[in-house]
Design a binder for this molecule. Structure first.
Ligand SMILES: Cc1ncc(COP(=O)(O)O)c(C=O)c1O
Length: 328
């Protein structure tokens, strides 16, 4: 089928999601896979590449899954009780997700984030009613982690801290939801799973589930190729505080991606696939393409953690003009 005709074909299965749900929390997960066609140059026809569109979660990112699971787990353990405030350090998406979950459940939320996160993120968090405490932008996400630890140490009885970097419920959320969804959506055909790493929750939990179904599934991480990068939400592990839930030995490969190359891929995804995505999606797809180009067959699933509209005011979109800007 031609690329244009394939893109226009009606879905073969009807939507099965619920039409009415009791709260926003039931909308977390069950995100669609979209097949990529035009940005896959140099990839053999036997290799199919799908993006999992996590921007469809109600808080707008993949982080809704761990945020919900960590809060549920806190409630179940009695660590989160009425009167306590949810507190965490976050580079943005987890904060938005915790703010959304807290609002839906009626718990206050306080977030420590680097002062340079995008204006859209700050506003979204505020819209969900969360209080934001800014850390030194020059210290990146590690600075936010350190400031959050100090705030907690001063009044531990006031707070419930999900601690996404060390909380097993983070990766468990993906083991219980992202992994099974991908397995079902590909009817067990997945050969390669690719995700960019921040806390490592997505790659660890999803990868573990997929390998439990088929140990041959290759689990590939994308990370910034440099400590000083412009890929919001991602960590360069060699120069960062390594999250407690991240176990590099469980990966089959880790591929470094340059910031500019990831941005260019995001621009292409918008113009050539009709998908406006965040920068970490571009990074993950580049890592997937690097592996896919050496194969004659395979089914890749790449996590696209969020949509691009929450980055439109960032420096990432300054590069759009030199890339060619919009077609006129
Ligand atoms: C935009 C974006 N991409 C990727 C990730 C990485 O996900 P994880 O923390 O599960 O490794 C994050 C994490 O916050 C993120 O915000």
């Amino acid at each position: 089928m031609s690329t244009a005709r394939a893109a226009l074909a009606r879905p073969t299965s009807p939507a099965t999601g619920p039409l009415t749900v009791p709260s926003a929390l039931q909308l977390v997960g069950n995100t669609p896979l979209v097949e990529l066609r035009r940005v896959c140059d140099g990839v053999a026809p036997g290799v199919r590449i799908f993006g999992k569109l996590e921007g469809f979660n109600p808080g707008g990112s993949v982080k809704d899954r761990p945020a919900l699971k960590m809060v549920e787990d806190g409630l179940a353990r009695g660590a989160l009780v009425p009167g306590k405030t949810i507190l965490d350090s976050t580079s943005g998406n987890t904060g938005i997700a915790l703010a959304m979950v807290g609002a839906a459940l009626g718990y206050p939320v306080e977030l420590v984030m680097p002062g340079n996160v995008s204006a859209e993120r700050k506003k979204v968090v505020a819209a969900f009613g969360a209080k934001v405490i800014y850390s030194d932008p020059l210290e990146g996400s590690d600075g936010a982690i350190r400031l959050c630890r100090r705030i907690l140490a001063e009044a531990p009885e006031r707070y419930f801290k999900p601690d996404q970097y060390n909380n097993p419920a983070n990766s468990l959320a993906h083991y219980e939801t992202t992994g099974p969804e991908i397995w079902r959506q590909t009817e067990g055909r997945i050969t390669h799973f690719v995700a960019a790493i921040g806390t490592g929750g997505t790659i660890m939990g999803t990868g573990r589930y997929l390998k439990a179904q088929n140990p041959d599934v290759q689990v590939i991480a994308a990370e910034p190729d440099d400590a000083f990068h412009g890929l919001e939400g991602l960590k360069h592990m060699a120069t960062s505080i390594v999250p407690g839930i991240f176990h590099e030995e469980q990966l089959d490969r880790k591929i470094g991606v340059a910031t500019d190359a990831a941005y260019d891929m995001v621009y292409r995804l918008g113009r050539e696939e009709g998908l406006l995505l965040g920068q970490s999606s571009g990074a993950a797809l580049l890592a997937a393409l690097e592996v896919a180009r050496g194969l004659s067959a395979g089914t890749f699933v790449v996590i696209f953690p969020d949509f691009g509209d929450r980055y439109l005011s960032t420096k990432m979109w300054l590069g759009w003009a030199s890339f060619g800007g919009g077609r006129t």
